[in-house]
Design a protein around this ligand. Structure first.
Ligand code: MLT
Length: 322
């Protein structure tokens, strides 16, 4: 057994309670904003790496680790930024923090849904805008008539932890909630009063669509020209999952033709998105910079959850959860 303390590299900001927990077990190196080259250089001296979504843990990183790296911890749910195939080949465990930010993501989804329905982006996203353009000239009460949520059909695409919390909250708003998920247990849906339907049925009957699926080869660009064409004209879409599940060029086209009336997006194929992104600049699009998990409570919880998982893995207590 290895007598010396393990070295744990934390490459993105992690809540202090998690850092303290890690320090009780190993040497903690918090180095944010490493370039891919710097990460590859540093990694050969590390037993564990903890990331959020900003660090791409590529095959090159595992190669550069030269067999020393035992575990990658993802301080969050989505592990699409970790090359799982390469991790397996190099015998490295990948663990995530599967529960601590569920509610934060669901709350952000609901917030975006409500904001979008009432044109918050156009009117108040930047409060300054009302002032800059001169009161009362921009006090445009008639221009920004919204839509109601009560009685509307919401399709929750992906009925896992976040999707089901969104569904529960949307029911509280008086929405008719349907969901699509090839793996969801029917009893969980029934308990919340949600009908599980096919992908086609979900997207073709919904007034609002909220995305909660992981990004995998199967879900990549599953919202594309073909599937947008199946939607009800004037549908409104929320994405707090992963940008890559949407073909963003197709979404711009769907917004331009009015198939999609509005979109509220927290996540993008490329983060941050290019500054000339037609999607971000579209007047019917509301954006936030990947804030779904960003509450004080969630970040503290995630930090502890991932620190415990990584320490457990280093002690040999855990097998991969991800
Ligand atoms: C997640 O997968 O949990 C989120 O994207 C959280 C994050 O990276 O902040």
């Amino acid at each position: 057994s290895n007598e010396s303390k393990p070295t744990i590299l934390v490459s993105e900001k992690l809540g202090s309670a998690g850092i303290e927990l890690l320090k009780g077990f190993g040497d903690v190196d918090c180095s944010y904003d490493l370039s891919p080259e710097q990460l590859c250089e540093r990694i050969s001296k590390c037993d564990a790496l903890i990331v959020r979504s900003g660090t791409k843990v590529t095959r090159e990183v595992f190669e550069a680790a030269k067999g020393r790296l035992k575990v990658v911890g993802r301080a969050g749910v989505g592990i699409d930024n970790v090359d799982l195939q390469a991790a397996t080949e190099y015998g490295c465990l990948v663990v995530n923090a599967p529960t601590a930010n569920t509610v934060a993501a669901a709350e952000h989804g609901i917030a975006l849904l409500a904001a979008m329905a009432r044109n918050r982006n156009a009117t108040f996203y930047c409060n300054k805008r009302l002032m800059e353009n001169g009161f009362p000239g921009k006090w445009q009460r008639n221009k920004y008539v919204g839509v109601s949520m009560v009685g509307k059909t919401l399709a929750v695409m992906g009925f896992g932890k976040v999707g089901s919390e969104v569904a529960r909250r949307a029911k509280g708003l008086g929405m008719n909630v349907i969901a699509h998920d090839p793996y969801a247990p029917a009893d969980r849906a029934r308990a919340i009063g949600v009908e599980l339907v096919s992908f086609e049925q979900a997207i073709s009957t919904a007034d609002f669509i909220s995305l909660h699926m992981p990004l995998t080869p199967t879900t990549s660009k599953v919202f594309n020209d073909d599937t947008f064409a199946m939607m009800k004209k004037g549908v409104r879409i929320v994405n707090v999952a992963r940008g890559g599940v949407i073909d963003e060029d197709a979404l711009v086209r769907a917004l331009d033709t009015g198939i999609v009336a509005q979109a509220a997006l927290d996540v993008f194929t490329e983060e941050p998105p290019p500054t000339d992104s037609k999607l971000i600049l579209h007047e019917n699009v509301t954006v936030t910079p990947h804030l779904g998990a960003s509450t004080k409570e969630a970040q503290e919880g995630v930090a502890i959850e991932i620190a415990e998982a990584v320490v457990g893995a280093l002690k040999g207590e855990l097998s991969a959860t991800a």
